[in-house]
Design a binder for this molecule. Structure first.
Ligand code: GNR
Ligand code: NI
Length: 170
C-alpha cells in the first residue's frame, strides 16, 4: 500500500478526459487500494484516479462518518444512467483545490452503472451525499472540477489561493 501525491489546480492533467479501464486485475486492485489509502490519509470522501496522476476511469468513495465503520466503494468505468429533476446544493470541497469550498447545485439523486472491485457490473441508486460525491468524481473523469461551475473571476481567485497554499507548503 502507498500514499500517492495529489495533483492540484491549475495542473493541466485535471482538464484531461480519462480513459476506460479494460480489465480489473490484481495490479489494478492494488492501485485502487493505494487510491483508497491516499483518500483516507488526505482525508477526503472521494478520489478520482486523475487526482493521483492516472488518466483511468476509476473512483473510490467512502462517505461513512468518522464514528462508523469504513465503507469503501470502488467504481470502474462509472456511467450516470439517470438523474433526478430535483436538485440539491452542497458546499463542495476538492482535494485538488485544497481548503476552498463553494455551494454547487447538482441533481439530488442519480443512478450509476459501473464495474466493481471484483470486475462485476453493478448499478446503484445514489441519494444524499453519495449522489453529490459520485457526480463530483465523475466530473473529474471528464476533466471538470467544481470551480468550473463558478464565474471566471471566482475561479481565478480559487486558483490563486491554491497556488499560494501549495507554495507555502513546499
Ligand atoms: O473530500 C471531498 N469532499 C467533498 C465534499 C463535497 C462534495 C464533494 C466532495 S469530494 C472531495 C474529495 C475530492 O476532491 N474528490 O474528487
Ligand atoms: Ni475533487
Amino acid at each position: 500500500m502507498a500514499i500517492l501525491p495529489i495533483v492540484t489546480v491549475p495542473d493541466p492533467l485535471l482538464k484531461k478526459i480519462s480513459e476506460p479501464v479494460k480489465k480489473v486485475d490484481d495490479k489494478l486492485r492494488a492501485f485502487m487500494d493505494d487510491m483508497l489509502e491516499t483518500m483516507y490519509d488526505a482525508p477526503g470522501i472521494g478520489l478520482a484516479a486523475v487526482q493521483v496522476g492516472k488518466l483511468w476511469r476509476i473512483l473510490v468513495i467512502d462517505i461513512a462518518r468518522d464514528e462508523e465503520n469504513p465503507k469503501p466503494m470502488y467504481f470502474v468505468n462509472p456511467e450516470i444512467t439517470w438523474t433526478s429533476e430535483e436538485l440539491n446544493t452542497y458546499n463542495e470541497g476538492c482535494l485538488s483545490i485544497p481548503e476552498q469550498y463553494a455551494e454547487i447545485e447538482r441533481p439530488a439523486e442519480c443512478k450509476i452503472k459501473f464495474i466493481d472491485y471484483n470486475g462485476e457490473e453493478q448499478e446503484i441508486h445514489a441519494t444524499g451525499l453519495l449522489a453529490t460525491c459520485v457526480q463530483h468524481e465523475i466530473d473529474h473523469l471528464n476533466g471538470i472540477v467544481f470551480i468550473d461551475y463558478l464565474s471566471k473571476i471566482k475561479r481565478s481567485m480559487y486558483v490563486r489561493k491554491v497556488k499560494k497554499l501549495v507554495k507555502e507548503n513546499e
